[in-house]
Ligand binder design. Structure first.
Ligand code: 47J
Length: 330
């Protein structure tokens, strides 16, 4: 198999994972967040005002012999967490994990939100969703993976993120040594441009059966937490001693010494399931003796989000060729 693999470094306490990406000739190096929940490849650039830059690496198309401006093209991203970025577009050579795409649309940032300026660990994003939600105007552009797939052995990529440890993304092949169980596949509905699927149910702690309730959501490497329907969230925290919804933290919190139960979600007809260890669900200290839960409500989003908390609990196959999402334990 093509040894096309990119190491994914966990940043900011498993808030996000970045991978090394080269853009241009000679190659300019960046740390970009591979985000299956969006479809724009954008990077901090020399077009930004110095007030918007805080140590990030800046792509300079004028220093790349293979850069070609896409005249008249713009892009404008707005993310679920309220952050945003926008600018102009160049085509250039992009290499991630040994996979090179020539003439990849590279969206250069002219404006970035304060959240990005403050995030010194990240120089931009690589959207790995579907081109239908790319924001380029006047014509949407394909993602890095969509452009790379025809030259890969298999039209899929895998995510193997790890808790507080480097993980990896592989392009075009499945590392059979990276997963312990068989891979169970669910159908993907890409009509909204996301890796959208439906889990048939869930279990809290070591409960044997599952609560049969459909959980329709996207698998999103760019979202940190596991955002679920209110009834599931309430059932889960009903089994966490002293857990309460705290206005000041806009979410469920509990005493940091609380033992937090595992959370499992079923795949396919419920035969297979992914178990998120309780340890991952005690996500962060609030600083006042309470801790913030890794499971929170998906209220207002319109679907659930299986973010990094869920993804790092499994070996995940994003099969674009067959529109399938594979989950395996590891
Ligand atoms: C920057 C960014 C990316 C995502 C998930 N797709 N969010 C919520 N924020």
């Amino acid at each position: 198999p093509d040894e096309d693999s990119a190491d994914a470094e966990p940043q900011l306490g498993d808030e996000e994972w970045t991978v090394p990406v080269s853009i241009g000739t000679p190659p300019q190096g960046f740390k970009l967040d591979l985000d299956t929940g969006s479809s724009d490849l954008w990077v901090f650039s020399t077009l930004l005002s110095k007030e918007e830059v805080n140590g990030q690496s800046l792509y300079d198309p004028n220093k790349s012999t293979t850069a070609a401006k896409m005249t008249g093209y713009t892009w404008d991203c707005h993310y679920g967490d309220g952050s945003f970025s926008s600018g102009y577009i160049y085509q250039d050579t992009v290499t991630i994990g040994g996979v090179t795409v020539a003439k990849q649309p590279v969206e250069v940032a002219k404006t970035v939100a304060p959240q990005f300026t403050q995030d010194t660990a990240l120089d931009g994003l690589v959207g790995l969703g579907f081109w239908t939600i790319n924001t380029a105007e006047p014509k949407k552009q394909k993602t890095f993976f969509e452009n790379a797939a025809p030259n890969l052995e298999k039209g899929l990529f895998t995510a193997d993120l790890k808790h507080e440890a480097p993980g990896s993304y592989n392009f075009g092949w499945i590392d059979e040594n990276a997963h312990a169980s068989n891979i169970t596949y669910a159908d993907v509905d890409s009509s909204d441009g996301y890796w959208m699927w439906t889990s048939p149910g869930y279990a809290v702690g070591d409960a044997k059966g599952i609560n049969k309730t459909a959980i329709r959501g996207i698998t999103d490497t760019g979202t940190t937490l596991l955002l679920l329907p209110d009834d599931v969230v309430d059932t889960y925290y009903g089994q966490v001693d002293g857990a309460t919804w705290a206005e000041e933290w806009s979410g469920y919190v509990f005493d940091c010494n609380t033992t937090v139960p595992d959370f499992s979600f079923a795949v396919d007809n419920g035969t297979a399931k992914v178990t998120v260890p309780g340890e991952y669900l005690n996500y962060a200290e609030n600083g006042d003796g309470t801790c913030y839960g890794g499971i929170q409500s998906d209220y207002g989003v319109g679907f659930s989000i299986f973010g990094d908390i869920a993804i790092k609990s499994a070996f995940v196959v994003f099969d674009q060729q067959n529109l399938k999402l594979g989950w395996a334990s590891k």
